[in-house]
Design a protein around this ligand. Sequence first.
Ligand code: KG4
Ligand code: ZN
Length: 345
Amino acid sequence: TDQPLVLGIETSCDETGVGIVRGNTLLADAVASSVEEHARFGGVVPEVASRAHLEAMVPTIERACADAGIRLLDVDAIAVTNGPGLAGALLVGVAAAKALAVGLGKPIFGVNHLAAHVAVDQLEHGPLPSPCVALLVSGGHSSLLRVSDVTGGDQGVVPLGATIDDAAGEAFDKVARLLGLPFPGGPHIDRAARSGSSVYVDFPRGLTSRRDLERHRFDFSFSGLKTAVARWVEARERSGEPVPVDDVAASFQEAVVDVLTRKAVDAAVSEGIEDILIGGGVAANSRLRVLAEERAAAKGIRVRVPRPGLCTDNGAMVAALGAEMVARGRQASPLDLPADSSLPV
Ligand code: KG4
Ligand code: ZN
């Protein structure tokens, strides 16, 4: 076909991802993770992540090419996450992408990690509905966006709101730690919550009071929730009674997804938009997926969420956004493309 063959490289955090797409068709999604090396520290150690990317880069590129049944020479363009993320980790991916671009004589496209979390859905469900409201929830970011052109462009991605403190995934990871669950905590809370009661503790819903809504209608806050869980657990421990981990996990999770889904649906209604797209690692959460679908359906709004494996960091999402940039005729990045750890969406 004449669709461009794009190889995408992702190294913003602890996953070394190399994805290959042809247009919107996913051909390979190779991911090597250093998460095990970070687990005993209870969080990602930047220096460890950078070194792991360096070691995993070439084998992961080779694996992706083998999976896709292509030769590197066949690739039409290289896409790479150039921010936001850990500076040293990003540099490894950007350097590798530049080397490939120069070696193959092909253009390089710097890709925004957050926009890539949105664009990845095209690989599963076809072209993005335009405009749509995107709920982007990951370990480092939580925001609501109005997206009409995921490659940016003029007003292509307009922020409607964002967290004013912790990201949703960060809250999952911190609360998991309080409950003695392993890092990263999101999947463990998700699992524990399945056998717990979501109404066991009525944890606070951040920025939902009438007064807060006036100034923060589409913003989020999760640090008060995390503190509330910490206090509840401490009080329980002081009383000498065991902490019902499953119930606390379910109640905490409900407090997070209640606010996320409520505000996402409100944003869509207020913007007159009929499609919500959910992306980022927390979009893998089973309760979030169910509640979003339920609440949106009640308002006649459609919800699209990529399969869990495409929600967490991977190279396919970068390749997907790169392919979209090629399709829209966007100019390639210069070869001195910098890594920008705080690149805004
Ligand atoms: O998008 P991602 O892979 O990396 C960043 O860009 O940050 O997101 C990672 C975050 C972690 O905080 C992790 O705990 C959370 O996504 N996460 C989940 C689930 N799976 C991953 N949170 C809740 N439920 C899940 N099933
Ligand atoms: Zn991410």
